[in-house]
Design a protein around this ligand. Structure first.
Ligand code: FES
Ligand code: FES
Length: 411
């Protein structure tokens, strides 16, 4: 079994250990250091129960590898014992009925402490937004929000300023181990880009702010995904198709265009359903094309007023000549905020984007080959009026569970 040596400071104590590269920080904390105050709920980066501080930044220890925390300072709920803010939060959670079974509470406290220190002016809406990555199955959240607001108000009355000047929000990691272990590569498993693809590697978190866009500064988490698919058509034909914005948008599940101007500006909407959450993102985008390189960029931002979710993103595409076929390389970088942000964990988003681009590819081929079996002539495209993320998410999780089951069976 391959192991690596790590040294990290946990709750003020230096720890040295040999860990497998796949060991999650949460497992290391619980199983090796017996710090069982760090709870594990979903083990998938969704529920927030495992939240700890890594170098002062709240992070999900279930999806953070222990080796990536080499040289980092980690603080778990046990390490906050003497912390003045956490002391106040504990009391306020108790007085405002901010907990029942207490399972979510260690993660809630870590996130709440970050809110109190970083956002002294936060109102109820902002507190709820910041808590959107921590799930509680008991309280209904009202008591938790009241508790955090109580501590915020007390500190404001006492003239205590924000003391945490950090400006970035996740993904958090120690940052110390990057040089030796390699930074997390976005789009893992995606097709490698050959020379002609001409798309530079996407830089995680590099979503550019657009004029009037208030989302990017608050966005969490940023995602970046690279995906490729092949269309059985010559490149010139596919390029000509890509020049018609209406046709391209019509291939995207859930998307529709309301306005397109000759200078490449678009207005449109994207409808998404996620269980009980129904969102319609209204937004604007700009398109830039480079005919010499058969590539283009679409930058846009959108907001759903009902759910309070927002997104900012950039799609870069390049058409690669493969004779009678064309490979379409797509880089997507995006930031989500609000209710839907909790589904922005990299692995899930990667799978979802792959399924979206598969649907886009099928629709593209249907449009390019009208009249053929599976073609578009007289048929509705494989495009629901509203993008059902829930069924996609279930399909993704189902596929992963089958993979795990097959591994356990040794297949
Ligand atoms: Fe880590 Fe749920 S256990 S986010
Ligand atoms: Fe039980 Fe939050 S208090 S899950």
């Amino acid at each position: 079994m391959t192991t690596r040596s790590i040294e990290l400071t946990v709750n003020g104590t230096v720890c040295r250990a040999e860990v497998e590269p796949r060991t999650a920080l949460a497992d290391f904390l619980r199983d090796d250091l017996l710090l069982t105050g760090t709870h594990l709920g979903c083990e998938h980066g969704v529920c927030g129960a495992c939240t700890v501080n890594i170098d002062g930044v709240p992070a999900r220890s279930c999806i953070t590898y222990a080796v990536l925390c080499d040289k980092a300072h980690v603080t778990t709920i046990e390490g906050f014992d003497g912390d003045e803010v956490v002391g106040r939060l504990r009391q306020a959670f108790s007085e405002e009925h901010g907990l029942q079974c207490g399972f979510c509470t260690p993660g809630m406290i870590a996130t709440a402490r970050d809110i109190v220190l970083r956002l002294p002016e936060a109102d109820d809406a902002r507190v709820r937004l910041e808590l959107s990555g921590n799930l509680c199955r008991c309280t209904g959240y009202s008591g938790i929000v009241r508790a955090i607001r109580r501590v915020l108000d007390e500190r404001k009355l006492a003239g205590q300023p924000a003391v945490n000047a950090r400006t970035r929000l996740g993904p958090a990691g120690s940052g110390h181990a990057g040089a030796s272990l390699g930074r997390e590569r976005v789009g893992a498993g995606a097709a490698p880009a050959p020379a002609e693809a001409a798309l530079p590697a996407p830089s995680q978190g590099s979503v550019a702010a657009l004029p009037g866009d208030k989302l990017s500064g608050d966005a969490k988490p940023s995602v970046a995904v690279r995906h490729s698919f092949v269309v059985p058509e010559r490149r010139d034909r596919v390029w000509a198709f890509f020049e018609n914005v209406e046709d391209v948008v019509a291939c995207m599940p859930g998307a529709s265009l309301t306005e397109a101007t000759p200078d490449g500006r678009l207005s449109g909407q994207m409808s998404v359903r996620l269980g009980p959450i129904s969102a319609t993102f209204l937004g604007n985008a700009e398109i830039a094309r480079d005919p010499a390189r058969y590539s283009g960029t679409i930058r846009g931002h959108g907001r759903d007023r009902t759910s309070g979710s927002g997104s900012t993103g950039e799609i870069r595409y390049a058409l690669v000549d493969e004779g009678e076929r064309t490979r379409v390389d797509i880089d997507v970088t995006a930031s989500l905020t609000g209710t839907l942000a909790q589904f922005g964990r990299l692995g899930l988003v990667n799978d979802l984007v792959r399924r979206l681009t598969d649907a886009f590819s099928a629709n593209l081929q249907a449009r390019l080959r009208p009249g053929e079996p599976g073609g578009a002539a007289g048929e509705a495209l494989a495009q629901p009026a509203r993008l059902d993320l829930a069924s996609m998410l279930l399909a993704v999780i189902g596929a992963r569970l089958r993979l795990i089951a097959n591994r356990l069976r040794g297949r």
